[in-house]
Design a protein around this ligand. Structure first.
Ligand SMILES: C[S@@+](CC[C@H](N)C(=O)[O-])C[C@H]1O[C@@H](n2cnc3c(N)ncnc32)[C@H](O)[C@@H]1O
Length: 194
């Protein structure tokens, strides 16, 4: 199956956060992006966005999407109360699976994930490893699938995808084991593969 993850600059934030980045190309046209996701990735895709833009972006989506949530126990404060402590993730499709009790240990058995923001990657909006694992489990990826990371930034999502699929092959049991590894083990593995 062929999946995509789109993590564009959030509406109204592109210039502010990314004007000095080599892949900066102004505001992203979200309607065009969603149309592309629907057409090119019928197996499934996910799109990250900011909470204030949820209504605008959801209106651009087909009816069969689901709104999932990334909860950020540690997040930026901007003198706004309540603070923005979560981000929506719009998901369409994914490999179908029935709920099994043993799936409970897998992060992606539910429609939300809790993961603090990452400060060390040097890019605003870089996604934490735990978020990536959750995303792959929500889409229910398997070896042989592809995941196009349309706005790579730090490339952590693609790196994590390769790591995750490799775990799948190496462990050859199930991915509950992979999610037990700590962040350092994951980074070490990724560095060794470079
Ligand atoms: C939210 S970040 C992606 C973060 C990435 N998922 C990660 O975890 O590192 C968005 C990326 O899109 C780039 N970008 C900015 N404007 C763009 C545009 N108009 N088209 C494509 N990419 C753009 C930014 O420079 C940045 O690298």
């Amino acid at each position: 199956m062929k999946f995509a993850y789109a993590d564009p600059p959030y509406i109204g934030q592109s210039k502010r956060h990314y004007k000095d980045h080599e892949d900066y190309a102004g505001e992203v046209n979200h309607q065009e992006l969603i149309d592309r996701l629907v057409q090119e990735y019928p197996d499934g895709w996910a799109l990250s966005l900011s909470a204030p833009t949820l209504k605008e972006i959801l209106n651009m989506c087909p009816d069969d999407v689901r709104v999932m949530v990334w909860v950020k126990p540690f997040h930026a404060w901007k003198n706004i109360r309540p603070s923005y402590g979560y981000e929506p993730v719009i998901v369409r499709g994914g490999r179908k699976a029935n709920f099994r009790t043993e799936d409970k240990k897998v992060l992606g058995y539910k429609d939300w994930v809790s993961a603090s923001i990452t400060m060390k990657k040097g890019l605003t909006g870089a996604k934490p490893e735990r978020f990536c694992i959750w995303l792959f489990e929500v889409l229910n990826v398997r070896p042989g699938d592809t995941l196009d990371d349309l706005f790579p930034g730090t490339s952590v999502v693609s790196e994590m995808y390769n790591w995750y699929i490799d775990q799948y092959k190496d462990v050859a049991t199930d991915l509950k084991e992979a999610t037990k590894l700590n962040k350092q083990d994951i980074r070490k593995y990724i560095e060794e593969k470079k």
